[in-house]
Design a protein around this ligand. Structure first.
Ligand SMILES: [Zn+2]
Length: 80
């Protein structure tokens, strides 16, 4: 199911920026179920504990993280 969905990723998605290199990453904030955008090195912040911790430490970042997490919870049910 996930692999079928991944094959349908539009070209502009794969061309725009680097994607998280961690296998099984599904933390794309705009398209839950797809690999996240690499923000630090070759992985997204969700796959990089130090980046995630730094984001959670900041008030604004924490709100954003929590919002994204609830969004993943909501959308993952339809993704899977
Ligand atoms: Zn990732």
């Amino acid at each position: 199911m996930l692999e079928a969905a991944l094959s349908e990723v539009p070209d502009d998605f794969t061309r725009g920026g680097r994607c998280c290199m961690k296998p099984g990453c599904v933390f794309n904030e705009r398209r839950p179920g797809f690999p996240g955008r690499a923000t630090e090195g070759s992985v997204c912040r969700w796959c990089n504990p130090s980046v995630l911790e730094a984001a959670i430490d900041g008030k604004a970042g924490r709100g954003h993280i929590l919002q994204s997490m609830s969004m993943f919870n909501c959308k993952d049910k339809t993704v899977y």
